[in-house]
Design a protein around this ligand. Structure first.
Ligand SMILES: [Zn+2]
Length: 468
């Protein structure tokens, strides 16, 4: 009898091992490329007039393109932790702050951790700035690569970043892997090296605009010290577009490497941004705010044989849905370990799920680091601005916009449509109540209150991107 039980147990474990081996052999590889500050309406397959993105267009034609995708925050430091964990920035305790003192808490679980526990090889290739171990974003990665210290403009060097990532692929290609790439090639200071330099910028740029404006220049533009005219603004937009074309070319190299290494068929490739970019839509340049030009991001996925070519999903989805989608694709149940707030997008892709209500709070901040919260319901969008910098500080100042109208976020209807505003205010209050960090009334942190988190090198990197 005892022998029989032992034999049964052995068979059970052998079957389990067999299932695990089978899963290891069939689990898809995941490559996720995040292009910092890429707004969808400057990507050709999203309808842009310039040919900025031939490789992204081809990728979308081979897979699925989501047309309406919202980031949960208008800035990197809140958005990336949110989509790494599938949790809302407010749940993570990450909200407006100009002090750069907050990091993803170690108790939170990232998609990289889940995949690593499941047996994936995991690596991140990051251009630096906020996507670094300093901010807790290395959780779950076997390897985390940053630009070399001596690389002065390392954050912008997408060529090296992709070349290094390809070398990692060449080493790791025999096991299921998760490769995350975060590039600042499109982030300001805008522009690109030859042969992309001059591709979209007009020959005439105005007397006061340098050919390649640096981070300090953008800082002065954002602070209103430098006022740009229409022609100068158009020149900067041209530089932004050249950055996209440059970045797209490097992504083409990575995709070619997947083909060369015969990895195309069993790899789910995801391309997204962490937030968009304001290009003077509301008179300013940069990101952080919650306007549509910043809150909306591109999202493209390719998985040959699993995702039909040329699919387009138009229902609104969120960046925090990407991590649950990856788990779904990999056949992993995160269970209690992965307490995400999103949902898998795979049913949307195969057309089995109808649109779900995507009324969700988007977190941002204004130029003075005051918290900005946006909530949408259908075509209506309410924005609440905290009265002081640092956290959820009331009373709020409200704006109301009808997104179906032309130039929608320039015409504040708060006073005129109190009926709609009241509904959305209620929705905002309700949404905030669902977010644990706010429900617990975690005390807001003020700039300068906490110990500095960053070393000199990180400060230098942030400075090169115009943050400090
Ligand atoms: Zn960013």
């Amino acid at each position: 009898m005892r022998k029989l039980v032992c034999g049964g147990v052995a068979v059970f474990f052998l079957a389990l091992a067999g299932m695990y081996l089978f899963w290891r052999l069939t689990a898809p590889n995941i490559v996720w490329i995040c292009i910092d500050a890429l707004r969808p309406d400057h990507v050709t397959c999203y309808g842009y007039r310039r040919a900025t993105s031939p490789h992204l267009d081809a990728l979308a034609a081979e897979g699925v393109r989501f047309t309406t995708v919202y980031a949960q925050a208008g800035y990197t430091l809140a958005s990336v932790p949110s989509f790494f964990t599938g949790r809302h920035p407010l749940s993570l305790g990450l909200w407006a702050s100009s002090s750069y003192t907050k990091k993803l808490p170690a108790r939170e679980t990232t998609i990289a951790e889940i995949l690593r526990w499941a047996g994936y090889q995991t690596a991140a290739y990051s251009g630096g700035a906020f996507v670094t171990p300093d901010f807790g974003l290395d959780q779950g990665f076997n390897e985390f690569f940053l630009p070399a210290v001596e690389q002065a403009a390392g954050e912008k060097d997408c060529v090296q970043l992709i070349a290094q990532a390809v070398r990692w692929l060449e080493r790791k290609r025999r096991s299921p892997f998760f490769l995350y790439i975060h590039t600042y090639a499109v982030h300001d200071p805008y522009g690109a090296p030859a042969p992309f330099q001059g591709m979209f910028t007009p020959a005439e740029r105005g007397a006061f605009l340098p050919a390649a404006p640096d981070a300090d220049f953008y800082k002065m533009v954002r602070r209103g010290i430098i006022e740009l005219d229409e022609r100068e603004r158009a020149y900067l937009v041209g530089l932004y577009d050249e950055g996209i074309r440059y970045c797209d070319e490097q992504i083409g190299r990575l995709l070619a490497a997947l083909d060369r290494l015969r990895l195309r068929n069993n790899t789910l490739v995801i391309v997204s941004a962490d937030h968009g970019e304001e290009l003077f839509d509301h008179g300013r340049q940069g990101h952080g705010d919650v306007y549509e030009c910043i809150a909306k991001v591109p999202l493209i996925m390719r998985w040959p044989g699993k995702i039909g070519a040329g699919r387009v999903v138009s229902s609104a989805v969120r960046l925090l849905d990407v991590a649950p989608t990856i788990l779904d694709a990999a056949g992993i149940r995160g269970g209690a370990l992965f307490r995400h707030q999103g949902r898998s997008l795979l049913p949307h892709i195969v057309g089995k799920e109808r649109a779900y209500p995507c009324a969700e709070v988007i977190v941002g901040m204004d130029a003075d680091a005051r918290l900005r919260l946006a909530v949408r319901n259908g075509a209506w969008k309410l924005i609440a601005t905290a009265s002081e910098p640092g956290g959820v500080i009331k009373p709020y100042r409200y704006e109301l916009y009808d997104l179906s109208a032309a130039d929608s976020e320039k015409n504040d209807l708060f006073a005129a449509r109190q009926d709609v505003a009241e509904d959305l205010q209620e929705l905002l209050t309700e949404s905030l109540r669902l977010i644990p960090a706010v429900a617990r009334r975690a005390p807001p942190r003020f700039p300068g209150q906490e110990e500095p988190l960053l070393d000199a090198q990180t400060m230098r990197r942030l400075k090169s991107l115009g943050y400090l």
